[in-house]
Design a protein around this ligand. Sequence first.
Ligand code: OOG
Ligand code: NI
Length: 411
Amino acid sequence: MTTGFVDASAIRDRFCAALSAMYRAEVPLYGDLLAIVAQVNAQAGEAAPARVEIERHGAIRVGTAAELAMMGRAFAVMGMEPVGYYDLAPAGVPVHSTAFRPVAEEALARNPFRVFCSLLRLELIADPALREEAAALLAARQIFRPETLALIARHEAQGALDEAQADAFVAGLLETFRWHEDTLVDRATYDRLLASHRLVADVVAFRGPHINHLTPRTLDIDAAQAAMLARGIEAKEVIEGPPPRAIPILLRQTSFKALSESVRFAGEEGTPGRHTARFGEIEQRGAALTPKGRALYDRLLAQAQGGPADMPYEQRLARAFANFPDDMEALVDQDLIYTRRVTAPDGSVTLEPLTYEDFLPVSAAGIFQSNLGAQHHDAYGEQGAQAEFEAALGRAVLDPFALYAAMADRP
Ligand code: OOG
Ligand code: NI
């Protein structure tokens, strides 16, 4: 890298740290989660990979194709590419999503910061008048600062940013992720947006796509969940994802419910209104699964979810996943996980699972749902629309399986 320029991983690292500091100031409970995770990880007894301490994922929701495309260009400055397509419509959430994250091994080791980024599907708003009103509100807002747009263009033209530009980029982009207490709309409009779907109000009523959670990685999510409950933090009832295992796979997640926060509606003085969107989440990451492993996971998860209603969910999950091998030899022999070869100082070679770097649609739906309060929405009949999503983004999303396969060593 030419001297004087800051590499993409360093910009990503600075942005992740700045976002964490901002979210901690905005949502003090997030600071409590960080304390719990630090304590649990210190006691976990296994040597944590260096990246775990700084590892976070966040989530935002944007409203238009133009916003998504610009977001993609902003993430590119930080070496983050769109990986995977997630369709949330079957779960009754009117968005589809991708995950922006680094993809190269060195970049992941340096800071694997990832952002789950959802695009509102306006076409799923049933009432045509409300749909048009929402579209007009979104078209009129500008979620990026002009200086940030200029720096993105600068990065594209010169291939990198220098120190001062990198710092200005981080500070400017942070503003896009900031919470705004004052809404773009009056109370009546907010209520109509909310009635169509809480997510619609969360995207359309505000000046920007405030970060709605920032998730640290724990080495023992069962201990972290117990610590959350012991501190009186209102955690979700069940941990999303696979059950506890000797060899963790994919992703297990738990969250505390969204906070009710005060908002000031446009043109209104006096009593503020309330909005719930922002929450806290903790996750544990395990092995990335091959397509064969993932198909087995999906089948067993569906089996657990469809199991007898009078049996506790944890029990149904444990019963279904008894059919997912839980030792390295079987996982490798049956081609269920991706691995890399590690050579010890004495020259002996062992296989180590590749860490799953992505998200899970069923878990994401569960996380969205737990934050919609009493509001329930049936599945939208619409099919997934990856081609439309990619057209909005201005490029194709990367295939996660292809990325793992390229990083893996053949056993
Ligand atoms: C994103 C929810 C998905 C996860 O960890 O699966 C997610 C959102 O609520 O915007 O973050
Ligand atoms: Ni999340």
